[in-house]
Ligand binder design. Structure first.
Ligand code: NI
Length: 255
């Protein structure tokens, strides 16, 4: 079930029956090189969660589309939240869901640059309870989709050379599976074929180090077929990983 396509009585009944977990895709809208879609980091976890929803009894929430991408702002179309804005937004999403009775929030992330901010947001949501001396009635889990069990190994097996760390062959393949008409973008010749590596600082420094936006990758290898294999394995891994988290006992929680 998708939250956006459910009614409130359906969600109320689901919660009353003890199904108090939700999967929340979270990503970013930022340049992904000349062959990658700007929405890649939001679209990958969204596609994987949607596929998992077809295979298991999962509730999937709305995608948190805009993340912390200040370093990509030198490329047109990139959008960012400041860390403080993103933290405040995650705090409000969490409070809304917890008020309704959700107790397990599984955030499936598509952007490495979000991780520090998401962790800080989790700490904000817990601190409100810790400082009052009350048990938090919920728990978060954050998983980068490529770190679902078995997936990093699969991605590197699909693309052993030039997988990279931004505008990666695997994330671009996943989006080409979702939108195969965009796979034509991969016919471009990129120079250099494999992009450079380096540190991530501010937007001007990023643009100077990585002129076409990629880091360490050759995403022209991406195909919809490879993307489909990655989505399928990731969806299966998500179904079991989310089920284990939703069933996890927490000493501070009743039930
Ligand atoms: Ni990405």
């Amino acid at each position: 079930m998708h939250l956006s396509q459910a009614t409130w009585p359906e969600i109320g009944a689901r919660l009353a029956a003890g199904h108090t977990g939700i999967v929340l895709p979270i990503g970013s809208h930022e340049q992904h090189g000349p062959t990658g879609l700007i929405g890649t980091d939001a679209l990958c976890p969204q596609l994987i969660a949607a596929e998992a929803e077809k295979r298991g009894d999962l509730l999937v929430g709305p995608t948190f589309h805009i993340g912390m991408a200040q370093h990509h702002m030198g490329f047109p179309g990139s959008m960012t939240l400041r860390p403080s804005t993103m933290i405040a937004t995650i705090v409000d999403w969490t409070a809304s869901l917890v008020r309704a009775g959700f107790t397990r929030l599984y955030w499936l992330n598509g952007h490495g640059g979000n991780v520090a901010t998401i962790q800080a947001a989790f700490a904000e949501t817990y601190a409100a309870y810790s400082l009052r001396g009350e048990p938090a009635p919920f728990a978060h889990k954050l998983v980068n989709w490529w770190q679902l069990p078995g997936i990093e190994k699969l991605c590197l097996a699909e693309f052993p050379v030039g997988h990279g760390s931004h505008g990666t062959a695997s994330e671009v393949a996943v989006t080409y599976w979702g939108w195969p008409e965009r796979a034509v973008l991969g016919q471009q010749v990129l120079d250099p074929k494999i992009a450079p590596e380096g540190p991530i600082r501010d937007a001007a420094d990023y643009r100077a180090r990585f002129p076409d936006g990629r880091i360490g990758s050759d995403p022209t290898q991406a195909t919809p077929e490879a993307g489909g294999r990655i989505v399928s394995a990731s969806a299966d891994a998500l179904v079991s990983d989310a089920a284990a988290f939703f069933a996890e006992a927490s000493p501070g929680l009743a039930g």
